[in-house]
Design a protein around this ligand. Sequence first.
Ligand code: TXA
Ligand code: MG
Length: 334
Amino acid sequence: METKVWDVRNFVDDLSTYPQVQEIITAFKQDEIIAIPTETVYGLAANALSKEAVDKIFIAKGRPQDNPLIVHIYETEQIDAFAHIPHDVVHQLMDAFWPGPISFILPLKHQVLASSVTAGLKSVAVRMPSEAIARQILRLTYMPLAAPSANTSGKPSPTTADHVKFDLDGKIYGIVEGYQVDVGIESTVLDCTTYPFRIARPGAITAGDLERVASGCITEADYQSEQPIAPGMKYRHYAPQSPMTLVSDISSLTLAPNEAIIAPESELSRFSEDMSFALSETFEDITGAMHNLYSVLREIDQRLEITRIYIADYSQISGSDALMNRINKATLGK
Ligand code: TXA
Ligand code: MG
């Protein structure tokens, strides 16, 4: 299959003026799978009501069938067709953070969604993305779109259209090419099927952010030791080709030839430029580090001469939960 690429970067303000917009909408209606930008990472989207369409996602990604997908919507009115809102606090949180980088796991209603979307669970994760292109596609198709991250299973989530091409060229119908994403790591996933709610996957929206809107609404999950609530959390996640180790004190680190360091720019002056990869400006710049993490890891995997990677530990910085969750997965806890 030749994967179409629709570069819509000059049409972000009004996608309906893009000459091939009808082709994109029609493809979704015909159960094709298409990668689209969102504010978190690029997603691989398909009509969530169609088993045929959703099956194609699992095949293209090589994704285990027991790992459910997130359903993306344009407006909250769409939820009523397939899920319950179990608590008034959920409405408050949706009002506060949507459109944006958080998914809510809600009790499933009826048999409307393709059952593979929810991997047969009685709940469904729902998200309203804020990214302009994603929002317009959701408005123009007016379909709930199931969309996991648009990477091959086991690779880092894609933050550019080129990352998607690298993984999925020839395996999917098309790619809607926008700009590099804003957030850079996947959405916070909040399990709202029991109260207080639990964070099943940490993301840019933190427990503190949620608590400020509805105090007492969150019980903190321990992502390392607990039984994973999001089935996807149990799978081996992306780890670079070369072993990667977390370093708590980079000031005492020296690099052997063929070793690389990922750290804040402010810490890198001692190291050879060729082997230094800036994750953020400073340690405090968590937003920058989340933004850059996956593209830096993908870049290093292209550098075959690198045999060992060290990565700085941001865990002392407040708000670093989601970043450290992804780093710990990539280092396999080393
Ligand atoms: O930012 C994001 O969430 C991106 C963009 C494209 O929206 N999507 C994304 O999807 O990261 P994916 O499939 O890579 O991750 C979905 C996560 C998985 O860990 C999955 O197990 C969990 O959400 N999940 C989905 N439905 C669930 C459910 N009903 N119960 C528990 N966990 C669920
Ligand atoms: Mg994913």
